[in-house]
Design a protein around this ligand. Sequence first.
Ligand code: XMP
Length: 366
Amino acid sequence: MDSFTQKLEKAPFAFNFDDLLLLPGFSEVRSKDISLKTMFSKSITISSPLVSSPMDTVTESAMAIAMAENGGIGVIHRNMSAEEQVEILKTVKSAEPNSPNATIGDDKRLAVAAALSPFDIDRAKLISKYTDALLFDVAHFHTKAILESVKKIISETGKDIIIGSMGTKEDVMHSVSYLEKVDGLRVGIGGGSICITTDVTKAGSPTPFAVSQAADALRELGLEIPIIADGGIRTAGDIALVFALGADSAMLGYGVAGTDESPGDIKTVNGAKYKPYRGMGSKGAREKRLVNDRYADTGGKNFDEGIEGMIPYKGSVADVISVMNSSVKASIGYAGAGSINDMHAKARIARISSGRTSKAEIKPGR
Ligand code: XMP
C-alpha cells in the first residue's frame, strides 16, 4: 500500500477550464462548413451540440421546444409530480417541428429527454411513453443502491438511458459494466456555476478532467457511448475544449437560463432586467422537490449544495443558441478540426502559464 506521502505525490491534476486552452491547428475547413452534428445518446442525433440542463429555472416545455427546434435537446427537470412532467412532455410532443435542423425522435415529433430519480420506477413507467430518453438525475451516480435500482428500472423502459453524474474513470467503468444498457453519460461533478458541493464537501471532479476520465474509460472498454459534459460551461471555447477531451455534447444551465424560454418571471431592478436561476440543491429547489417528488432522496442530507439568485435577462434562447453555435464553429476551426469527431482525434491542448494574462488598459469608445 502507498504511504500517505505517496498518496499526495501521486494525486492527479484535476484540470478545470481556466487551466487549459486549445492550441491552434492546421485548418482545411472553412468555419461555415464545420459540422456540429453529434450524438446526445445512442439513438438521438443532434445537429447542435447544446443540451439544456434539468433544472427548475432552465428546462420546461418552452425551453425543450426551443432547444429541439434549434437542433439541440432539452431535459425536463423533475422538481414536479410525475403527472405534471407528463403534461410538459405532451406539450413538447404536440409542437410542430418547424426547422430543417430540428431534433426529431422515432415518433417524428420533437425529441425530448426527462430527468428522474434513480429510485423512481413508477415515474419511469409513466413518462417512458412520452419521452425519447430517461436521464437519471443525481449528483453522484456511482453508488451501490443507485446501480441496483437503475438495473431494475432499465428493464421497464425501451427508451434511451442516460446516467450520471460521473466524475472518474472508475465511476464509468463500473457503472457501464454493471448495467446492461447505457445510452449516454452525464459527466462532471461540482463544477456548476450555482454549485457549492465542492466548497461544502471538498468532493468534485471538474468537467474537463471528468470528461477525459470518462472518455478513456469507454475507450478502454471498447464502448461508444455519447458523453455529455456538464457544469461550468460558459463560453464556446469551453465547449470546444470538452470536445478536445472526448465529450460529444455540452449541457448548459447558466448558459441558457435567463432567457424568454426559461421558467420564472422577469424582474426589473434599477432599470435592468433579471430572471431567476438556482441550483437544484439550493434551499428553495430542495424544499419544492420534497413536496413534489416523494423519491427525492435526501440521503440524510440537511444542508444546501447550491445557491439561488437572479441573473441578467438574455432575450430569446434561439439567439443565444445561434451565437453559441457559430462561436463553437470558430473555436473548432482554430483547433484545426472540421467536426466534433475531428476534435476528439486532432485537437491539441496546452496548460496556461501564469504569464501575461492582463490586457492593456483601454478606455471604451472610439
Ligand atoms: P452551469 O455551470 O451550466 O451548471 O450553470 C449546470 C449544472 O450544475 C449542476 N447543478 C448543481 N450542482 N448543486 C450542485 O452541486 C446544485 O444545487 C446544482 N444544481 C445544478 C447540474 O449538473 C447542472 O447541469
